[in-house]
Design a protein around this ligand. Structure first.
Ligand SMILES: [Zn+2]
Length: 457
């Protein structure tokens, strides 16, 4: 299995540390609002990664954290805590916001047919572990204190700029208004922030340094270490994480353990709407609910994600989504042929896995499946040929093709009756039955082998 490693900027073979186990950490959601579809693109792509790891004979151990404290409105150390912002917006406490959107997220993973992560730890449930982590960094001399918190001294970690290939000289202090001028370097970041006496917080904890809350980056280093150990096989997230969040995770974890945090780093690219990045602040943050309200199922969304490669910038439009829905309908109407076929033709299984193993080339995998459909639609494939190809698609892409239902006995009876009417040249009756079926979303194709029914939408 080949993957593009951000660490080396090369495509590399996955060589797990303890095969068949593959340890995977994914930076999960900040639970202060409904995630937008750009967030879901990333998560679905990593669900596909996990599926391909499994199909390749490995056993993934997958951790996805839930950020419910410490993520400020900038990914660096200024701005409002996103949970506090959500609480203010909804007139609730930060704890209520965290509970609601964590549960929502987990519920959505199930609805989107995700492979269940092994662990989905919450930051607020690991405060002691984070304090412990910071203490170790303190003992090793990587921290300093200023008026608003305990900071990581990035100059103590000489390879700090390597991962993102950052030019630290370009980072000038004071460029940003909220920048704490006491920081030794602009790249230094908060490990623990103090509560301000003037602004009470819903979420705060005692620590050896004073009452406050952990920074966002320390949460991932802590939970990755706790659940998966010193060095993991794959660390993953969005491309936005490279210059700050992942760079900081590496600095913290490697300062603690003296070992590489991860052997392979994966990053998904953005999706664009009208050539703009999706973001809450731009007001173009479509949610899955927005898609559902227009009749697009979780499976259509999953197929949309698979249509683009994770390292390319993909574009979202409603027209494209509608085309994807039609594409999925074709798959559905192939799936339902297993209820109708008397064919004997055995077709080889499409080699979808091979392309997914090549740096998750899902667009190519789909085109291979569709070449297979082109063949299958010209012939009478056996039931088992249909079943094995759709079960492979479900296993690798989670499209639920095997769940597409057969029509009812009554509807099958109507199809037979229509045939009889046609044999007797009773065209008004045959047409009447056709119309009845169409009302139930079923259309009949008259083929040389007899009538074949399909779904209309
Ligand atoms: Zn993270």
């Amino acid at each position: 299995m080949l993957l593009y490693n951000t660490l080396t900027r090369n495509i590399e073979e996955l060589r797990p540390i303890n095969p068949p186990e593959v340890t995977v950490y994914t930076c999960g959601p900040t639970v202060y609002d409904y995630p937008h579809i750009g967030n879901w693109f990333t998560f679905v792509r990593y669900d596909i990664l996990i599926r391909v790891i499994m199909a390749s004979g490995f056993r993934p151990k997958w951790v996805m954290n839930i950020t419910d404290v410490g993520h400020l409105s900038s990914d660096a150390d200024y701005g409002e805590d996103k949970l506090a912002k959500g609480a203010r917006r909804e007139g609730k406490s930060a704890w209520q916001i965290a509970d609601f959107y964590s549960n929502y997220f987990l519920d959505r993973l199930a609805k989107l047919n995700f492979i269940n992560p092994w662990q989905t730890p919450r930051a607020t449930a690991h405060i002691d572990d984070q304090i412990e982590f910071i203490k170790i960094l303190e003992q090793k001399g990587f921290t300093y204190r200023i008026d608003d918190g305990i900071y990581y001294e990035t100059s103590k970690f000489p390879s700090y700029s390597d991962f993102a290939r950052l030019d630290l000289d370009e980072q000038q202090p004071g460029v940003r208004i909220d920048f704490n001028q006491q920081k030794h370097r602009p790249s230094d970041f908060a490990l623990w922030k103090f509560s301000s006496p003037s602004t009470p917080r819903d979420m705060e904890w005692d620590s050896p340094w004073g009452k406050g809350f952990p920074g966002w980056h320390i949460e991932c280093s802590t939970m990755c270490y706790k659940y998966l150990g010193d060095t993991i096989d794959i660390h993953s997230g969005g491309i936005d994480h490279i210059p700050v969040h992942h760079t900081n995770e590496i600095a913290q974890s490697e300062a603690r353990t003296q070992h590489p945090l991860a052997n392979i780093w994966l990053h998904t690219n953005h999706i664009l709407i009208n050539d703009q990045k999706i973001s809450k602040s731009l007001g173009n943050g479509l949610t899955l609910e927005d898609l559902e309200a227009k009749g697009y199922s979780p499976e259509v969304f999953r197929l949309l994600v698979a249509e683009s490669h994770y390292r390319t910038q993909s574009k979202f439009s409603w027209e494209h989504l509608e085309a994807t829905k039609k594409r999925l309908l074709r798959y559905h109407n192939f799936a339902v042929r297993r209820f109708q076929t008397t064919g004997k033709k055995t077709l080889g299984t499409p080699d979808i896995l091979r392309y997914l193993q090549n740096d998750l080339n899902s667009p190519k995998a789909l085109s291979v499946f569709e070449e297979f459909l082109d063949q299958a639609e010209k012939t009478s494939p056996s039931k088992i040929s249909i079943e094995s190809s759709i079960s492979l698609m479900d296993e690798l892409l989670g499209l639920n093709l095997q769940d597409v239902k057969d029509i009812s006995i009554t509807q099958k009876h109507l199809i037979r009756e229509r045939e009889r009417a046609r044999d007797e040249n009773d065209w008004p009756k045959a047409d009447g039955i056709r119309q009845m079926l169409e009302v139930s979303n079923i259309t009949i194709l008259d083929t040389p082998d007899g009538p074949v029914w399909q779904y209309i939408t």
